[in-house]
Write a protein that binds this ligand. Structure first.
Ligand code: GLN
Length: 485
């Protein structure tokens, strides 16, 4: 195995025992990027120069005996988190010249932990999409089949891990943007509880739903990343003071005697037969690991997509009002007056999907429609949350498919937004409820595309989530394949 193929915990062992150095790992990773990036297009911006400087610093720290578990590990960052001094585009023309003057909270934490940043990954524009096809910078490709999408919106971050162009990466999840691409690329993706990871320096899409989380090659690495990312931050008013446990202690603990809920509303029409088969097999595996599966009901699931497409665009229309060409970012040249400048800037700076969301959201919030749409949606959102609260009185965790189908073809759904939105059917209600979720690989389709299984847990039960995910991973022992690039 080459260095760039290993996990964080494997590399960290090798660094500690001085079997390798961060410079070697970083060189191996950039060698891989040189070889496959032209096909995958996982990145918008590479940070090669600063990466090698960080690797050098990490090696010095290790020599002094200061080796944290992330010291010297190459990590990729979704281009939605602000990186001081490095272009941060959010996949949009609107921010195509934006160099943040500060680091996001997660960047500060990763820096303090000694991580090496490989670059900023591609994403749907302002995280609105499920395929990276709305990116101003072109579509990323699924490493398992270059004709297919890697999922989205954090498609570049998922593809980079799957293609071994980094060891782990950071994504954000508003309606599934970590779990859906993780499933479609055959990696692990975790969305924490709302409030668990600081959103300071995360470019806002829908502030009541957005959460930052990791993509990793296995479940143990997800626990390692969460140990660094989680925690209170007074610069994010929704950040939680709930104590952060050592997430690694949940790895390998087993799930004997657990009750695992199977929501009946998630195994219905529209589910691809191969996905259904793989997830049903995962249910059996969880039982083999000693858990008891029980049917639970989440009766408001059928409204989750409709509610999301009111709430998220409403918040987005407000959040994106700041891009007016005045303070920072793109400004259209040659306008007659201020109003003309606003119009031209927003017309040229945003792509079609973002405009669609702004219009939907503005409409839903406008006087006369607010009660009918936004208020109603918020009420149904409470019911969705209540469904989960009730289900978790009957079980320790929930198991579902992550996505209705494996990765689809590039262009297959771009003409039909409804079809695109449906790919988030199983991930969106999690964000509405604010609970944590993880996608773990659970097999392959006949044509060799990865399939993911999703586990959900109650608020702030990331430990439980990691416990069941790692027990499943161990019991299932899914054949480790690598994309043929
Ligand atoms: N695909 C969903 C959307 O387009 C979710 C995106 C996300 O989680 N950022 O809004």
């Amino acid at each position: 195995m080459e260095l760039h193929q290993l996990t964080i915990h494997e590399l960290s062992e090798k660094l500690r025992s001085k079997e390798t150095s961060s410079e070697e790992i970083t060189a191996s990773t950039f060698g891989r990027i040189d070889a496959v990036e032209k096909d995958v297009h996982a990145y918008i911006t590479l940070m090669k120069e600063t990466a090698f400087a960080e690797a050098k610093r990490a090696d010095e720290a290790i020599k002094k005996g200061e080796c944290g578990v992330l010291t010297g590990i190459p990590i990729a960052l979704k281009d939605i988190v602000c990186t001081k001094g490095t272009l941060t585009t959010c996949g949009s023309r609107m921010l195509s010249n934006f160099i943040p003057p500060y680091d996001a909270a997660v960047i500060e934490k990763l820096r303090a932990a000694g991580a090496v940043f490989t670059g900023k990954t591609n994403m749907d524009e302002f995280a609105m999409g499920s395929s990276t096809e709305t990116s101003f910078y072109g579509t990323s490709r699924n490493p398992w089949d270059l004709e297919r999408i890697p999922g989205g919106s954090s498609g570049g971050s998922a593809a980079a891990v799957a293609a071994d162009e980094c060891i782990a990466s950071i994504g954000s999840d508003t309606g599934g943007s970590i779990r859906q691409p993780a499933a479609l690329c055959g990696v692990v993706g975790l969305k924490p509880t709302y409030g668990r990871v600081s959103r300071f320096g995360l470019i806002a899409f829908a502030s009541s739903l957005d959460q930052i989380g990791p993509f990793t090659k296995d479940v143990e690495d997800a626990a390692i990343m969460m140990n660094v990312l989680a925690g209170y931050d007074n610069r994010d008013s929704t950040s939680s003071i709930e104590e952060v446990p050592d997430y690694r202690q949940f790895i390998g603990k087993g799930i004997e005697g657990w009750a695992v809920g199977i929501p009946r509303e998630f195994f219905v029409g529209g589910l691809d037969p191969e996905v259904e088969k793989a997830v049903r097999q995962a249910v059996k595996t969880v039982e083999e690991a000693g858990a008891r599966c029980v049917e639970v009901s989440l009766p408001h699931t059928e409204y989750s997509l409709a509610v999301y497409y009111i709430v998220a665009p409403a918040e987005a229309s407000s959040n994106l009002a700041r891009y007016d060409g005045v303070k920072y970012g793109f400004r259209a040249p040659e306008s007659r007056d201020l109003l003309d400048m606003y119009k031209k800037t927003r017309s040229a700076g945003f792509g079609t999907e973002v405009k669609r969301r702004i219009m939907l959201g503005t409409y839903a919030l406008s006087s006369g429609y607010y009660d009918a749409y936004y208020k109603k949606a918020s009420q149904v959102r409470s019911l969705i949350k209540r469904d989960f609260d009730e289900a978790f009185t009957m079980c320790d965790a929930i198991i579902t498919p992550t996505t209705p189908t494996p990765a689809f073809r590039i262009g297959e759904k771009t003409g039909d937004p409804m079809q695109m939105y449906l790919s988030d059917l199983f991930t969106i209600s999690t964000n509405m409820a604010g609970i944590p979720g993880i996608s773990v690989p659970c097999g392959y389709s006949a044509s060799g595309l990865p399939i993911g299984v999703q586990f959900l847990a109650a608020h702030f039960q990331e430990g439980r989530l990691l416990q069941i995910a790692s027990a499943y991973e161990k019991q299932a022992n899914i054949e480790k394949r690598r994309p043929n690039l």
